[in-house]
Design a protein around this ligand. Structure first.
Ligand code: SF4
Length: 608
């Protein structure tokens, strides 16, 4: 759309900017454009919950285009959870709506005195009073705003968890699609920004519509022929919770257990049980996979409302396998609590698993947990503690800011059980597991440790990650674009057809590398060297497990770091990208900041 919106919440000023085409050419969109803008306009060391932290919501060039999975927006800010670069990615309908309202992205600075929301309405934006929404959950907030502004308006918002500044808080849209990671819901809460509403009928201009549509049809045919579309439409990402618990993919009991031994019966997580209460299948904007679902009201022990989203793989991993819990309805209830209060399910489930292990080891007792018996697999306890956590009540208040902070509050030996990377809870894939093409122990643990947003696994690290950065920044869904034929040359043809920029694959990959570098240097500038941050040895199998599919597997993460940093031309100790690399990527300002000219002690005049 060629326009960005800048909103100062302290003064109420709203400005439009038309960035130079080079911003899009060099940084594509999404967190690429976000990183460029934050790096230039934000100083190092700002309080992540203070007025100077900039929060951006940015679409990509394929958002709202014929590209399948072209529905994403990304949220960016300095993360209150890690203290470094923070981003989170979400599907739903908001991204395309922001474009239909006339903008590629919106950036917020400052803090509002009163709760507000931003209405972006067909090319015009205004801040509006949100006092009537403050305290409401995300479902009610979305319903209220859609009733006020019409069905065609699409909303992103925070729930009470974000308002109460839980560092595990996220941003929700579509009543369950989450920009989950990095604690960015707390950044919104600190700004007293309850929601953003977008509506409009502006057309997303497509340089070559005929080619874009043809490519879409080709990709759909390819995905159909492979069975991928049907499988994902039917079961979604939650169709392999049981098998992954036993294959070694999903972490078990706070990453310390072995599925086949600690959780021998995983029939409760069978894919048909996961969709047993399904009402209808739903999807993100114009996505032919429609891999999501909306549940009927819970009628058993857990009375969640109709419309609760069906379980995703990560949520089953975090609240299920990692807590030794196979009771699917309890996971649905925990997921509903997180979605309605606005908390990241990966962090929330991982925090409960950590608390369960503390309880097992007598570090906390019923006297600490408000009488709740936090034993492994105790699904009633899991739901009760999740409710306390999202509401910041009792012991839930101790847990609500993530594992790292909870361990400090608990004290004693709690730090022994803190499985996180740089302050952020980990995605639900164990890097020790081999994949068909990757032998056991060679899977990229380095991505969990070294990515600028540590603990994430959807962008990968090192040169292998460049194409992932392109896909994310384009505004496309990883699930669809993970499909081999959707990547590389296909993505190139689609982005060129949509934007009209005649890029080569080398240019696109270079943009991915540029994004990797600027995100990383943002974190470095905050004084964080990821080589030095805490990374629990369980993640890499030190010591290795004695039984099960991961028996004997230890990851040589030092080798992974060595090879990746070498390939990136980053210093093996400081992780600083070389000056040559930064200049090659046309990141001259970063080069100047990281490599200031050496001061000479030689007098200007006088003897040589
Ligand atoms: S595959 Fe699923 S998550 Fe991805 S865009 Fe489609 S519906 Fe959304």
């Amino acid at each position: 759309m060629g326009r960005l919106l800048f909103v100062n919440l302290s003064t109420g000023e709203i400005e439009d900017e038309t960035p130079d085409e080079s911003l899009y050419r060099e940084f594509i969109g999404g967190y690429g454009v976000g990183a460029r803008i934050l790096y230039s306009r934000q100083k190092a060391g700002v309080d992540p919950l203070g007025p100077d932290n900039i929060l951006g919501l940015i679409t990509g060039p394929l958002t709202g285009s014929p590209a399948i999975g072209g529905c994403r927006y990304q949220a960016v800010a300095k993360s209150p959870l890690t203290g470094g670069w923070g981003d989170a990615n979400s599907g739903g309908h908001f991204g395309p709506s922001l474009k239909h309202a006339g903008y590629d992205g919106v950036f917020f600075t400052g803090i509002s005195e009163q709760p507000v929301y931003l209405l972006v309405d067909n090319g015009r934006a205004q801040l509006k009073d949100a006092s009537h929404l403050w305290g409401k959950d995300t479902y009610e907030t979305e319903d209220t705003l859609e009733a006020e502004h019409g069905e065609k308006s699409k909303v992103i918002c925070i729930g009470p968890a974000g308002e109460k500044l839980s560092l595990a808080a996220c941003i929700i849209t579509h009543k369950g699609d989450a920009a989950g990671r990095s604690g960015l819901g707390a950044v919104m809460g600190a700004k007293k920004l309850k929601a953003v509403v977008a509506r409009g009928d502006k057309k997303v201009s497509i340089a070559d519509l005929e080619t874009s549509n043809r490519l879409r049809e080709e990709q759909i045919a390819d995905l159909k022929a492979s069975g991928f579309l049907e499988r994902f439409h039917f079961y979604g990402t939650g169709g392999h919770g049981d098998t992954s618990a036993h294959s070694g993919d999903t972490p078990v009991k706070n990453w310390g257990g072995i599925g086949v031994i600690d959780l021998p019966d995983v029939s409760g997580l069978h894919k048909d049980k996961v969709i047993a209460n399904l009402d209808k299948r739903i999807g993100c904007w114009h996505c032919p996979a429609a891999c999501k679902g909306s549940l009927k009201a819970g009628t058993g022990e857990y009375k969640y409302p109709a419309g609760n989203h069906r379980l995703e793989y990560e949520t089953i991993g975090a609240f299920g396998v990692n807590c030794a819990n196979t009771h699917v309805e309890s996971i649905e209830m925990a997921s509903h609590l997180c979605n309605s209060y606005g908390m990241d399910t990966i962090s929330a489930g991982s925090i409960i698993a950590f608390a369960m292990e503390c309880y097992e080891n007598g570090i906390i007792t019923k006297a600490d947990t408000d009488g709740i018996e936090l034993t492994w697999g105790n699904h009633q306890a899991l739901v009760a503690m999740t409710e306390k956590m999202v509401k910041r009540e009792g012991f839930g208040d101790v847990l609500a800011d993530g594992i790292k902070i909870a361990a400090k509050r608990i004290g004693r030996r709690a730090e022994e059980f803190t499985v996180h990377s740089g302050g952020q809870e980990m995605g639900m894939h164990d890097p020790k597991l081999g994949m068909p093409m990757i032998p056991a122990g060679k899977r990229a643990a380095v991505m969990y440790k070294m990515d600028a947003t540590p603990g994430r696994h959807t962008q990968d690290f090192g040169p292998y990650g460049f194409m992932h950065h392109v896909n994310n920044a384009m505004g496309t869904c990883m699930i669809i674009f993970m499909w081999p034929t959707a990547r590389g040359p296909y993505a190139l043809r689609m982005i060129n057809a949509v934007t009209g920029l005649d890029r080569s694959i080398e240019e696109l990959l270079k943009a991915g590398e540029r994004i990797a570098n600027i995100r990383h240097v943002f974190t470095l500038r905050e004084g964080i060297n990821p080589l030095k941050h805490f990374f629990h040895p369980r993640i890499i199998g030190r010591p290795p497990q004695k039984e099960g599919p991961l028996a004997g597997v230890s990851i040589d993460i030092e080798a992974q770091i060595y090879w990746n940093l070498g390939a990136l031309d980053w210093d093996p100790e400081t992780t600083k990208p070389s000056k040559k690399k930064l200049l090659e990527l046309r990141l001259d300002d970063l080069a100047e900041e990281l490599w200031p000219p050496e001061k000479t002690s030689r007098p200007i005049f006088g003897p040589k």
